[in-house]
Design a protein. Sequence first.
Length: 299
Amino acid sequence: MDEVDISAIKDQLFNKVEVYPNTYVLLDMARPHALDQVVRDRAQENMAYLKHSDFAQWPQKAPLLVRLEDRHDPLLDASVDLAVQQTMSSACRLRQVGGWLFSSLSPAPLASLLSSKLKLLHANGKARLRFYDPRVMAQLPVVFDMPQVMQLESGVEQWNYLNEGAQLQQTTYPSSAAISRAPFLASAEQWSALKQVEVVNSAVQVLRTLGCSYERDWVAQITLLVQRAIGQGLTGGMEQATFAVLGVWLHRNFDQHPRIRQVLEDARKVGSSFGEAIDAMSGDELLRIKQEMEQTHAG
């Protein structure tokens, strides 16, 4: 990503800071990162950790809200630099800048509100909703319905984050409803989809490693392909991710190509896995199939 693009992201955020009473950087503090020293120098009244039982022993490792002092605050530029660096590195799976949040709430009340949303209840128990990872945030509108997303973002007037193409995303769900601290509930179907978040992220990572340019609809495409893979009996996360990668890279109906069907059928007969069957095919053969699928479905 070039400097002009990074500057554009900074400019967009810079211009928004004046509009809202409070601008926050949401940071994942579970592991050390380049902003540690900058954060340590902050005034305590401009910081607030989120709270969850998972961080009870090490509260300083919880997600952290840091309020910018003004639009010239050096943390703004530094946080964009870190977010872009981690997003654009194909070897980096961390995303420690959860986003830039604009709110009328001061640090402690907003941190308390967001803390309540870390708690996800589902039919099999409870879990921590990692919305402070932008890779997870990007998938939530695909998993949850609009009222749920509005509940998640209540108290935040605008939430910005970088997607995997290092493009600044803005989520705005204005609601006149009172801010709710009710437990965040996930249906059985939604809980199943949330368990596939890492599979979707893995597929995105592989596609980027292959040199594919990030597309905004990848998350939706991959989510559907993973569901198809599960429907076809693929139980392993790596196999599901491989299926999704091929669905994006070759064609969404790649598994209907005669050669692919033959390979998969032969693999079933000898007890080979989906991944092993695909690995046995050469790159040239897969490229030919890709070209055939594109020609067959052109227009």
